[in-house]
Design a protein around this ligand. Structure first.
Ligand code: TEU
Length: 548
């Protein structure tokens, strides 16, 4: 069989630059701050760093609103700083992936400034402009960040489309000039030495020009595959063996993901799907409900099976949009925080696919404590609170729903040490540091062989070393068990059994998985503890075993 792509044995680490490390004391993380922490990433063993956007931006959505694709925002540094970061990462064998946000630009991007200037401007058609319908918005589409997805521009009397904030107008990919400009910009970055792209909401770039109501109008639109294949030809052809491309795709189905990641179609290497992060809430992300482990198994199991022969999975719990997994799916109380963080990590990293570690996840960073509205920074959160309160909801009830779900939980500064502001900045941080940093920080875990950090190091090393973890076939076990998540990975050489107790209730191993009793332990999160009993899965016990 042909050599598998390098990213089948790789682990990616996501940096959210604003919250990673601040080198100049302005309270906002920056590129030189990242340069200063590359040894932490090398020590962890990751192969790739994905940088959330550092391009020039008014920062309405923390950089996901770009006003210049070919420059670095001064708050993060300079293009020269970025070149140095890429060179220093490469010296350590770490690749660098840029965030590519091309579903929309900032409204301050020169393309949009021109486009809005008149109905006859040559760039008018670069965005989605429409006349009012019955004196109001052209469609009933809603913005992800509350309110209608259309904004009236007084100058010309037309509406423009923004699926996200009104400062993030959607580009019109129907226009070939738009596509050519994007591809040229992508080639420019690859020529500069970057190693690929994480593509923001890339399954929204094709809209149906008839603008039908509902998600059919803009999600997985009629020309998506055509655009991705064209991008591959125009940007990646001939150089894709060394690159990694991952498309962020809210709402993507297994079948769609298999098509997009089928190597024969030459579109993308892998996608981020959203099913598992939708299992613990209702239609709205603010409507929390408990996760049923059986739902998680049904979902992950279906993705593993669906992409077993064609395509590839990406694996993640955390990113800059999601609350912290240890608080959400684990137990962040002092008693179980370490064990549940290492258990969740083991569960995820044992699957077939490319694991993504989000900054702070490697030390078990948790959701923060939030008081009132003034503590939050995130536009999605703030717009939701404003809309809900304007609609008559009680502020305290709205805040109760927002605290565990806000994206800001992922955006508190990385906790490097126990000092003031966690060693993140010498200035005033742009968002408050989680008070738990005095106990939960990188310095406290670096030399502790049983820390969450050490456990991540071990999981990453195992993926690098073990062909079965990389490519072995996946089979789910115990699909109906409420607490224990178990599966095998099988290659020609061996069968590994991954067994995780996703609860604080102990379970006898012999009754559940007799083959596990006495099997060789490849990796365990609790076997150093005095109360450890090999025959019993303790609270949040997680093991990777080699079956005889
Ligand atoms: O997010 C895509 C997206 O659909 C978000 O609305 C996400 O589902 C939501 O934040 C979950 O609460 C991407 C980026 O990751 C996000 O940070 C940006 O705000 C968004 O696109 C617009 O660029």
């Amino acid at each position: 069989s042909p050599t598998p792509p390098w990213w089948t044995s790789a682990v990616v680490y996501q940096v959210y630059p604003r919250s990673f490390a601040d080198s100049d004391g302005d309270g906002v993380g920056d590129i030189n701050g990242i340069r200063g922490k590359l040894d932490h990433l090398a020590d962890l063993g990751v192969d790739v760093v994905w940088l959330s956007p550092v391009y020039r931006s008014p920062q309405d959505d923390n950089g996901y609103d770009i006003s210049d694709y070919r420059d670095v925002d001064p708050v993060f540094g300079t293009l020269a700083d970025l070149d140095a970061l890429v060179a220093e990462a490469h010296e350590r064998g770490i690749k660098v992936v840029m965030d590519l946000v091309v579903n929309h630009t900032s409204d301050e991007h020169p393309w949009f400034v021109e486009s809005r200037s008149s109905t006859t401007n040559p760039k008018r058609d670069w965005y989605w402009w429409r006349d009012p319908r019955d004196g109001a918005e052209p469609t009933g589409w809603r913005s992800f960040f509350s309110g209608p997805a259309w904004e009236l521009d007084e100058t010309t009397g037309q509406y423009y489309l923004h699926l996200f904030s009104r400062k993030q107008p959607d580009l019109n990919w129907e226009n070939p000039e738009v596509r050519a400009a994007v591809y040229e910009m992508m080639r420019w970055w690859l020529d500069r030495g970057v190693d690929g792209f994480r593509m923001d909401v890339i399954n929204m770039i094709s809209k149906d020009p008839a603008l039908p109501e509902g998600t059919d109008g803009w999600l997985f639109g009629p020309r998506l595959h055509e655009f991705l294949a064209e991008m591959h030809r125009e940007v990646f052809a001939g150089r894709d063996a060394d690159l990694i491309t991952v498309g962020e795709m809210p709402g993507v189905t297994v079948d769609q993901a298999r098509e997009v990641t089928d190597p024969a179609r030459a579109e993308l290497d892998m996608v981020f799907q959203f099913e598992h992060v939708g299992l613990d809430h209702g239609d709205s992300k603010w409507d929390a409900r408990p996760l049923r482990l059986t739902d998680l198994k049904e979902s992950f199991g279906r993705w593993q099976a669906g992409l077993a022969d064609v395509g590839w999975n990406s694996l993640y719990w955390d990113n800059h949009d999601q609350p912290r997994a240890v608080s959400r799916f684990g137990d962040d109380s002092p008693r179980y925080r370490r064990d549940s963080a290492t258990c969740l990590a083991t569960l995820l990293h044992g699957h077939r696919g490319t694991p993504y570690v989000y900054q702070g996840e490697e030390i078990g960073m948790a959701n923060s404590t939030w008081g009132g509205v003034r503590d939050f920074r995130d536009i999605e959160t703030l717009n939701h609170v404003a809309e809900a309160v304007a609609g008559g909801q009680d502020l305290d009830e709205v805040l109760d729903a927002v605290r565990p779900a806000s994206r800001d939980n992922a955006r508190t500064p990385v906790q490097w040490d126990a000092s003031a502001h966690a060693g993140f900045t010498t200035g005033e941080p742009w968002i408050a540091v989680n008070p738990d940093h005095v106990e939960w920080n990188v310095a406290a875990q670096r030399d502790d062989p049983h820390s969450v950090l050490a456990h991540h190091r071990a999981l990453i090393a195992l993926r690098h070393a073990n062909r079965t973890v990389q490519l072995g076939a996946f089979a789910m076990l115990l699909p109906d068990h409420q607490d224990v998540y178990a599966y095998t990975r099988t290659s020609d050489d061996e069968t590994l059994l991954v067994v995780c107790n996703v609860s604080a209730t102990p379970h006898e191993l012999a009754g559940l998985l007799p083959e596990a009793v006495g099997a060789e332990v490849v990796l365990s999160n609790r076997d150093h503890l005095p109360d450890h009993d090999p025959a019993v899965l303790g609270p949040w016990d997680a093991r990777i075993l080699r079956l005889p």
